[in-house]
Design a binder for this molecule. Sequence first.
Ligand SMILES: NC(=O)c1ccc[n+]([C@@H]2O[C@H](COP(=O)([O-])OP(=O)(O)OC[C@H]3O[C@@H](n4cnc5c(N)ncnc54)[C@H](OP(=O)(O)O)[C@@H]3O)[C@@H](O)[C@H]2O)c1
Length: 347
Amino acid sequence: MSETDERAMRRALELAARGPLTGGNPQVGAVLIDDTGAIVAEGWHRGAGTPHAEVDALLRLAELGRQRTDGGPDASGLTAVVTLEPCDHTGRTGPCSVALIEAGVERVVYALADPDPHAAGGGARLRGAGIPVTEGVLAADAAELLRVWLTTIRRGRPWVTVKWAATLDGRVAAADGTSQWITGTAARQRVHEQRAENDAILTGTGTVLADDPSLTARGDAGELLPHQPVPVVMGERTIPPDAALRRHPAGIIETGTRDLDAVLRDLSTRGIRRVLVEAGPGLVTAVVAGGFADEFAVYLAPTLLGGDRLAIGDLGIPTLADARQLRITGIEQLGEDVLIMAEPRED
Ligand SMILES: NC(=O)c1ccc[n+]([C@@H]2O[C@H](COP(=O)([O-])OP(=O)(O)OC[C@H]3O[C@@H](n4cnc5c(N)ncnc54)[C@H](OP(=O)(O)O)[C@@H]3O)[C@@H](O)[C@H]2O)c1
């Protein structure tokens, strides 16, 4: 692995991180370097339907006047350094492998092979065209950047973050069912940010009927943020025609079922990669018991309620030795409240 390739890959990873977290596609960056290692053009993917990183970098080449006689970008003498294997399929855009071959690229370096069977094969096509390919440069760094996306591809379902707001004694509602608001404004603003980082919000009919939430992602002044996750309602009951969710700017998906596995798989086919669960104990318990929770976002307020309205109901755990083990991944103080992020331990 050459130092030049590594340096270029570091830059490509920085560019990749500029891409959106939401949407079906991974964050990918690309740089085109000459034989001295100098960067000639850069690109990154800005989301589904826009050019892939390699093509974005090739477009910059054309702007620099490096064009073939047919008007396409001329990458002769250049090495393409990409964070993910160039795709080999035609979706909303054409295959990147073909674009690189047509541009006359001299060599291709990438960090990770594409685990998506629909997109993989770019490396093989490039090699077949006689272009030397190096795989695995800074692969661990690329895998860390794409951790959520890689997990969604492996499991065939979205990454699921389960969020709740509780009192210090773990209660999510009072005896009369009220839960708005357990936490203060700073914590609630952080929830809006988390909503905007997700493709969908999964809730239960119980929450819709009890709280009539709007589940929009809003800024400090109450304004709608540019990205709105679509609300998805789990449960067999229908929700009222005048429910606030029906006015959600991203629309609404009413599933009419309790089958979490089927719903999550269906969301995946719609390009939904990140789901935030904002529900009461009924749905949250089902998500956790079913092993669908990849991450927890637990907001704790310095209050006590007592009673039986716990965040999670029975998980069928008979004894302490069988407790679900989590790893704390982050702690934030938000005004008087605390946000604890945690993930299930792999071991
Ligand atoms: N503090 C917080 O963070 C927070 C957040 C949300 C809600 N809450 C509070 O929670 C309370 C509502 O609790 P809840 O448990 O009724 O709300 P919920 O979890 O949102 O809804 C429960 C309903 O979801 C449906 N459902 C869909 N899939 C399911 C599955 N796989 N397993 C079980 N149920 C499934 C069932 O309805 P069907 O009969 O229609 O199938 C069930 O009755 C309210 O007091 C609300 O204020 C607190």
